[in-house]
Ligand binder design. Structure first.
Ligand code: ADP
Length: 433
């Protein structure tokens, strides 16, 4: 109890005592004095509560003792709270200004995929308006089956999806979905139209140049082969030059063919001829093309096949993918090595596997070998014949993607490599459709 309050209580009691002695009602008078003192405290409490309710910025005027202190402390608290609020709303305004100026669409989704917040760009790219669309399910706002599957199926991973813009024709978006906090996810949409156009221009250029080169190269290659075959008619000093011409014409022709194949795959047209493909048949055909090389290097080629195992796909593309992997295994395995080819059904997929005990690939190259023109240390590549062009695995990657399959590469330098393609089971494909 503060000193002021103590003296106030004493003065109430003294007044009660004097009145009691004068009027000869001592007990009643003391009780009355105490009651008056309690009433006064009650009144002060009432004023304090009114002051708090009114959120007055000034101190509680005319009160003294504990109430004066209380009102002072509360006032300080209130002022510091006001200062913090001002600071926070400043930060919030800055954040809102930054997100408003952000060119990509940002939408925060709660655990039921309802919109919790969105920036202005969300209206432009996804037609999600803020705050009008608050608590609306995103799949009701962006009504594309691809987007629905993307949002409903990807619950944990950071995934991306490329789509045609739902709000603008001839425009494209890349969607990214990732975790925001424990219960929220963030959906980002970025305009990729210009990148697409640049990629398209590049692909068209490569396809056109390759196309224009194809015919003259075929002619050159034909003549080079013809001249090399008639070596008995040519002066002996010409022979190395003729052989060089033949080898390089062949390499350029292979490169042009690979570029044309890659451009065709790049164009993103759906598989033209989907049919039941018997893996055994294409593996046998690919192996017989590589037979001469296998014999030259004295390799052991082992083929382990589950007969009558078929997948749905393009026979021509699958032949290209399988033969690329088989030829690579043959090329990058030294004399006397072993290449094992497996084809068969597994628990959740149909798998094509090529395993070799060749030179292997070191970990820093593993993620990059499927990039176009990526070759590990040109000098060590292709142990047996001319240089590769670094396009084989890029072609394989495209074909794998077009067949809804996945490519796995496991490799260790000096031990060997295993390249596997896992195709979804036919039933799984049908279910998906
Ligand atoms: P390339 O025409 O050079 O073979 P690829 O795209 O087929 O092009 O392969 C890219 C690179 O990956 C190759 O240059 C080679 O270094 C490496 N590579 C591919 N397959 C194998 C393999 N079975 N063993 C070791 N390295 C491999």
């Amino acid at each position: 109890m503060k000193l002021g309050d103590f003296w106030r209580l004493i003065s109430f009691l003294l007044i009660g005592l004097i009145c009691g002695l004068l009027l000869d009602f001592l007990t009643t008078s003391l009780i009355l004095a105490l009651l008056l003192y309690i009433a006064r405290i009650h009144f002060d409490l009432h004023l304090l509560s009114k002051w708090i309710g009114g959120r007055s910025g000034s101190e509680l005027s005319g009160r003294s003792g504990i109430f004066e202190d209380l009102s002072y402390s509360l006032n300080q608290l209130f002022l510091s709270h006001q200062r913090r609020r001002k600071k926070l709303s400043g930060v919030l305004r800055q954040f809102e200004a930054a997100t408003s100026a952000w060119p990509d669409a940002i939408v925060i989704l709660n655990f039921s995929d309802e919109v919790e917040w969105a920036n202005p760009a969300a209206k432009k790219y996804l037609d999600v308006r803020w705050p009008e669309d608050k608590k609306q399910r995103i799949t009701n706002l962006v009504r594309l089956p691809l987007v629905r599957a993307f949002i409903e199926e990807n619950q944990t991973d950071e995934e991306t999806l490329d789509i045609a813009s739902p709000t603008k024709s001839n425009a494209y978006l890349s969607l990214l979905l990732g975790p925001f906090d424990d219960t929220h996810r963030v959906l980002l949409a970025r305009d990729t139209t210009l990148i697409r156009q640049a990629n398209q221009a590049r692909s068209d250029f490569v396809a056109n140049v390759s196309h224009e080169l194809k015919t003259p190269l075929t002619v050159l290659k034909g003549y080079a082969e013809m001249l090399a075959e008639q070596h008995d008619k040519a002066p002996t000093e010409w022979l190395p030059a003729l052989e060089h011409m033949k080898v390089h014409a062949n390499q350029m022709s292979e490169l042009v063919n690979s570029l044309l194949e890659l451009s065709r795959l790049d164009a993103g047209r759906p598989l033209s001829q989907i049919e039941k493909v018997d893996g055994e048949k294409i593996i046998t055909a690919a192996c017989s093309s590589g037979q001469a090389l296998v014999a030259n290097k004295n390799l052991s080629l082992q083929i382990q096949i589950d007969q009558n195992t078929t997948i749905l796909g393009s026979k021509q593309e699958l032949y290209s993918a399988f033969s690329n992997l088989i030829f690579n295994a043959i090329h990058y395995t030294p004399d006397g090595g072993t290449v094992v080819i497996r084809w068969g059904k597994k628990a959740k997929c149909i798998s094509f596997e090529v395993e070799d005990n060749g030179i292997g690939i070191s970990p820093e190259h593993l993620n990059r070998v499927t990039e176009r023109f990526y070759r590990i240390d040109g000098s060590r590549s292709r142990l047996s014949d001319g240089a590769g062009n670094g396009l084989g695995l890029a072609i394989v990657k495209h074909i794998v993607r077009r067949h809804d399959a996945s490519l796995r590469i496991v490799s260790k330098v000096g031990v060997g490599s295993c390249f596997s393609i896992d195709f979804p089971l036919e039933e799984a494909l049908q279910e998906r459709e």
